[in-house]
Design a protein around this ligand. Structure first.
Ligand SMILES: [Zn+2]
Length: 170
């Protein structure tokens, strides 16, 4: 049996079906850790520092503490090597905490930036694990972000056909 992948995603309900479709197709075994904002929490502090803003937010700190508890517990039970952060289009948590309004181009840019910080954050905490990051749109299409090359690459086409999907034209 292959080792599981540890997936962290946001709690917004419209993405659950789309994500389950992707995860079932892609992985035999996976953990799902539901954390509001997903990668936004892990990248938040350094993202804020880079903008000259206060990096401390007690709610985000609680979310991160939960992520760490859950990952460490999972590690004590199962041997796994991969952690996968999946952000999503129109994340209200991200909008709330970053207090930004953005168009689609900017939304992808912000996700690149915050996921870059999130990957670094988790890589420092778990140096023996590989950290992956992705962004799911309203159609269920997922692109992964590669921090070495700073490019997005589509890894899954969802079943939705909405032209407002972030990756619809990609
Ligand atoms: Zn969200």
């Amino acid at each position: 049996m292959s080792s599981p992948i540890y997936v962290i995603h946001c709690f917004e309900p419209i993405f659950n079906k789309l994500l389950t479709d992707f995860l079932n197709k892609k992985f035999d075994l996976y953990y799902t850790d539901i954390v509001p904002g997903a990668g936004t929490c892990c990248g938040y502090s350094n993202f804020c520092k880079s903008k000259g803003n206060n990096p401390y937010n007690s709610i985000i700190e609680n979310f991160i503490e939960n992520i760490m508890l859950n990952i460490n517990l999972a590690m004590s039970l199962n041997d796994f090597k991969d952690i996968y952060l999946i952000n999503h289009q129109n994340c209200k948590v991200m909008k709330t905490f970053l207090a930004e309004n953005y168009n689609q181009k900017k939304e992808i840019e912000i996700n690149s930036e915050i996921l870059e910080y999130a990957i670094n954050y988790l890589s420092n905490k778990f140096p023996n694990h590989t950290i992956h990051a992705g962004l799911i749109d309203i159609n269920g299409t997922i692109a992964n972000y590669y921090s070495y090359t700073k490019v997005w690459h589509i890894v899954h086409r969802g079943f939705g056909k909405d032209k407002k999907g972030l990756w619809y034209h990609s």
